[in-house]
Design a protein around this ligand. Structure first.
Ligand code: SDX
Length: 427
């Protein structure tokens, strides 16, 4: 079949570029020879129309609200799989056999300790340090203890170390912030159970893991595990494309995720709902503020660059919120405010015309709160979930012989050439 092409006419000259078609029929105009043949570059602030790579990891259809990891729907994986199984699927490309999953789980269990000397890094932070800053710092420092090279066996071991240690780093950051002693990993607990134990156990009493909390957290981690070329994943790929180490690339991804327009939104949603509650629950006031650009206020947890119908993850989280809160015996007024806000926004022309719907961050904070996770740890939970996706995307980039260092071009709009002016002649 003849390859489809796209024609561009510039200065009266016609140029033709191949069109590549993805598994699900997505079309991409391949412009890698554009500048060489036309002298021009494209301009696409925020890269909303630009594909940075070809990837076989995650498929999203924003119009139909479809999200699949390696072909499996997020709905099925959340219902039938586990976070460790999904992590294996994303990183290795296939669902593990029982033996592979047991081996994977064993490796993650026995690499969950941090080197004792690393505790000194935590001591350097004030209690007020945001856990995302701590997480980014400690992840970057792993390369000081676990040297990195291009040997596939060493890369594989460092991937295991990252997945195993991120929950220990997260829990230690939390314990440091509240002045409690660190709780060490337990080899007899599940991945999520061990995290909850490290977060909430205290030396003076036994901590009993609530199976519902453990199960709910596992599902939330699955829902956050990957999301194709989002801001933080693109950061991981960009940093990795220079040949920087896996730990350096993931640390950069943690930093990118911390922004309130990205992973930091789940914390911002709760802060917004608390503000509405403190203001007498007057959600319409805030809805109107969000419609007024000059207010600088945005409805956090609403809108998405890709989903223009609904975020399937938000649907799954919202559907489970009522049941989980009821079973935990939690009556959170913020959930009622969130539902009122969503209903009002979805009836409002401003939001409907801009296709602004709740995204993954709108309801996730309600569940984290109900499970007793403090607000400033919400984005750390997002990072824990997203880590397998970042790793899978880094590995795909790292192993692709066609990978080139990320180096976008620009359109220069600054001053023309001009001579230096001595300081006493400047006005
Ligand atoms: C995540 O990319 C990913 O996949 C990310 C993520 C992942 O899994 O990795 O899904 C996770 O980051 C989810 C998004 C979390 N962020 C928020 O909830 C913050 C609030 N949302 C927005 O800031 C915004 O919707 C973004 C950042 C999510 C998307 O930004 P875009 O695509 O650049 O959209 P835009 O800013 O160009 O907005 C288009 C219009 C504008 O109005 P007009 O200029 O046309 O008049 O919609 C308006 C915006 O003002 N708008 C909003 C709004 N989001 C967009 N108005 C009010 N409240 C909002 N939340």
């Amino acid at each position: 079949m003849d390859m489809e092409t796209a024609k561009l006419i510039l200065h009266g000259q016609e140029h033709e570029f191949p069109v590549t078609v993805g598994t699900e029929g997505e079309e991409g105009i391949d412009i890698r020879k554009l500048r060489a043949t036309t002298g021009a570059v494209t301009l696409d602030p925020g890269f909303g129309n630009t594909g940075s790579c070809e990837s076989g990891i995650t498929f999203i259809n924003g119009e139909e609200g479809i999200l699949r990891y390696r072909g499996y729907s997020i709905e099925e994986l959340t219902e039938k799989s586990s976070f460790l199984e999904v992590a294996h699927l994303l990183i290795q490309g296939e669902l593990p056999t029982r033996e592979q999953l047991d081996h994977f789980r064993h490796r993650l269990t026995y690499h969950s300790l941090l080197h004792e000397d690393m505790k000194k890094f935590f001591e350097g932070f004030p209690p007020s340090a945001h856990p995302m800053s701590v997480l980014s710092t400690i992840v970057a420092s792993l390369s000081a203890y676990y040297p990195e090279n291009d040997d596939p066996t060493d890369i594989d071991l460092n991937i295991v170390r990252l997945l195993a240690k991120i929950k220990t780093i997260a829990a230690f950051a939390y314990k440091k912030s509240i002045g409690q002693p660190y709780v060490y990993p337990r080899n007899n607990l599940t991945y999520t159970g061990d995290f909850l134990h490290m977060m909430f156990a205290v030396p003076s009493e036994d901590y009993e893991i609530d199976p519902l909390v453990e199960e709910t957290l596992d599902k939330l981690l699955i829902l956050h595990a990957d999301h194709e070329q989002n801001c933080s994943t693109s950061t991981v790929r960009m940093v990795g494309s220079s040949g920087a180490s896996l730990f350096a690339a993931i640390s950069a991804g943690v930093s990118a995720l911390s922004g309130p327009l990205h992973g930091g939104a789940n914390q911002a949603v709760i802060n917004m709902l608390e503000r509405i509650r403190a203001d007498g629950g007057n959600y319409r006031k805030y809805l109107n503020m969000a419609k007024d650009r000059s207010s600088g206020f945005r409805l956090m947890g609403f809108g998405h660059r890709v989903y223009k119908n609904f975020d399937p993850r938000a649907r799954v989280i919202k559907a489970s919120a009522d049941q989980v809160l009821a079973r935990l015996g939690v009556d959170d007024p913020l959930l009622d405010i969130a539902k009122e806000l969503e209903r009002a926004a979805l009836e409002d022309e401003y939001f409907v015309s801009r296709k602004l719907y709740p995204n993954v961050d709108f309801y996730s904070g309600i569940l984290y709160r109900a499970m007793g996770i403090p607000t400033n740890m919400f984005t750390v939970m997002f990072a824990m979930g997203r880590l397998p996706g970042w790793i899978a995307q880094w590995k795909e980039m790292h192993n692709d012989p066609n990978t080139r260092i990320y180096r976008p071009r620009q359109i220069y709009v600054g001053a023309r050439a001009r001579p230096y002016v001595p300081i006493d002649q400047r006005s």
